[in-house]
Design a protein around this ligand. Structure first.
Ligand code: FES
Length: 322
């Protein structure tokens, strides 16, 4: 079992609204505390409508012995942010150790950091780490308005003129193509934000002809359109039927059932875990950034690590590999 699959109990040390609609929760993790890199995540067990579920959040920079997350209360929350927002000091929660699937390469001549809204959480840790080591950085941070943008003050004092902020209320948007064009050839782009922004960045990066290995993006963990519900999956090429509960991914359940799966990012980015959908009797909640909008519309494939069916029964074949 890997460390990030092991759970331990932590206590909420403090709760603070650090920007409009964004709450920072600091946990005392005691002897479970470890050093972690920027871009790392923790898992937390939450309860949504009485059902257990797991949410993943970026670990904010913290001294050993503490872990912290910053969570935006989504008006259409499926429950994860609502659960986090009702936490108060002294509450006990179940967490996993930090796991980094969005690491800095430390090999680039220049780092372009693009953050959208609460997608700033991993980017903030990266900016702090890069700035501390004197690495060349340009950061662009977009949000509704300054009051809603977490860590705006901290980033300003860290990065000075290397930071630009863009407020949608004032019709200020990031010129993604220009930002990429200004990046040296061996520069890298790290980004986290809403799916629309990530898709635009992916398209602009592809258009620029730069190698995909120099673009690193992260999808919000909580980006589904529907609440998690259990669904049944018939795996035709394995001749088994499994039930995916609300708090597990299809990928996890298939692996636990002995189905050999290929995966890497486990966040809907690489497409390695994609399965072929033979039939489905309710809507597919595509939560990845690997497939295009058209492919999601067609629903012939889905990323087993993040995407789900909204209840009911589906038939798949895991033999397909993108
Ligand atoms: S493992 Fe990368 S998309 Fe599922």
């Amino acid at each position: 079992m890997e460390k990030h699959d092991e759970w331990f109990t932590a206590r909420v040390a403090s709760v603070e609204e650090i920007a409009e609609g964004v709450r920072q929760v600091i946990f005392d993790v005691g002897s479970n505390g470890e050093l972690f890199d920027p871009g790392s995540h923790l898992n937390i067990k939450v309860v949504i409508d009485g059902q257990p579920a797991i949410r993943t959040y970026t670990c904010l920079p913290m001294p050993v012995g503490k872990m912290a997350i910053a969570v935006k209360l989504h008006p259409n929350s499926r429950g994860g942010s609502r659960f986090i927002w009702q936490l108060k000091p002294g509450d006990e929660v179940e967490l996993t150790q930090a796991d980094n699937r969005f690491p800095l390469s430390w090999r680039a001549s220049h780092y372009l950091l693009l953050a959208g809204g609460i997608g700033v959480t991993p980017i903030y840790g990266m900016a702090e780490s890069l700035a501390t080591k004197g690495a060349p950085i340009t950061m662009m941070y977009g949000g509704q308005n300054r009051a809603s943008m977490a860590f705006a003050d901290e980033l300003e004092s860290l990065l000075g003129d290397n930071l630009s902020m863009h407020f949608a209320d004032d019709d200020q948007f990031i010129d993604i193509e220009a930002a990429i064009a200004a990046l040296p050839e061996d520069g890298e782009l790290y980004t986290c934000g809403p799916i629309g922004m990530l898709n635009a960045i992916k398209a602009a990066w592809a258009k620029s002809g730069r190698p995909i290995s120099r673009l690193r993006l992260e999808v919000f963990g909580d980006n589904g359109k529907f609440a998690e519900t259990a669904f049944e999956v018939e795996v035709l090429n394995e001749n088994i039927t499994v039930t995916v509960p609300p708090d597990k991914s299809l990928l996890q359940v298939l692996e636990e059932s002995g189905v050999e799966m290929i995966s890497d990012c486990r966040r809907g980015e690489c497409g390695l875990c994609a399965v072929h959908i033979i039939s489905h009797d309710s809507e597919i909640d595509h939560r990845d950034v690997f497939f295009s909008d058209e492919e999601k519309q067609e629903s012939e494939r889905m990323c087993a690590c993040v995407s789900r069916q909204t209840g009911g029964h589906m038939k798949i074949d895991t033999g397909y590999r993108p």
